[in-house]
Design a protein around this ligand. Sequence first.
Ligand code: GLY
Length: 395
Amino acid sequence: MRCKFFLLLLAAVITGCSEKPVKKTSLPVVDLAQDQYDSLCVYIASLKESKKMMPRTTKDGKLVSVGIYDWTSGFFPGSLWYLYGLTGDKKWKDRAVEYTEKLDTIQYWEGNHDVGFIMECSYGNALKYMDAPAYDSVIVQTGKSLSARFRPKAGVIQSWDWSEKWECPVIIDNMMNLELLFHATSISGDSTYYNIAVSHADQTMKNHYREDYSSYHVLDYDTITGQVIQKNTHQGLRDDSAWARGQAWGLYGFTMCYRQTGNPKYLEQAQNIASFIRNNPNLPSDKIPYWDYNAPASGNTPRDASAAAIAASALYELSTFTENKGAEGHRDLADQIMESLSSSAYFAKPGANGNFLLMHSVGSKPHEVEVDVPLNYADYYFLEAMFRRKEIQQK
Ligand code: GLY
């Protein structure tokens, strides 16, 4: 026994990391997810040295994979981490490590706000299962790179470099990148990252939201005066509409900000966004939204399973902060979403759908790109929602 302990300790010292325990979930949908991702992994491995090794979606029935600079590159390793978290099967961990480490150079990239998504879904999740000082350094270095996009006068992180159209565009999706900054402060003890995250969240709450707690998609800031110049959309129906995934990003982002700061104003914001979603007259009875809450409620209007999966994951977390203040309602809505997503209407048959789990997501309807397709982030947040539900049930 003692010998085994010392061998484990020695292995941890040599590899520079140590294990954290995992409990298995027994659900048929987890087994189906494992089969789909087993096939996806075999296919992706067959691409060998291709630079496009992260599966993203399908086009004309064929799998589309992308390289590490694509904003979705962290979701595939992230899904592998959640499969490990749900099953405890070491093969998922080995695969998750392999694909996480392919993203190593992103830590130095200052060219896009999405480094937060990319590295927190991969390295950030890894750190839930391993103590790995090398991965800690990656998170902190990514925090530095992301902070280079902070515009102090406006108090926000610039999302895109798109000077023909906007000076300093900030999209609601950017709330999701803040988790990495909070993580960087908790590792390094340097409050710079935390303060940038709080400033961005505060400005977003003040400027992105309307009276009904729906959000604009893109705001353009003047970096000299700090003023908002324009309120637009890029992926929504209209500038003043409620793009479905944007509402889900906001719900998730403010719930996460409450977890990280304990500031009740973020919790209140998340509660109000949840009410906007729940009470929306355009939300179909299966609780999977149309791609925009202002899109016509008809059979031809595409649904967005990705928006539903993100919202379900956020609602499970929100329910843990709101006992006696709506927790049951949040869990109930998340359960209804998950029941729909796990049904044959949204969950793919084995071997179909490019081996992704969920069908019927929308990338960008105005550009007619990725409409009614699988998307790797729909799968990621679906698996995360299952994982969060499991944690709630175990408590
Ligand atoms: N963050 C990009 C999107 O949600 O489409």
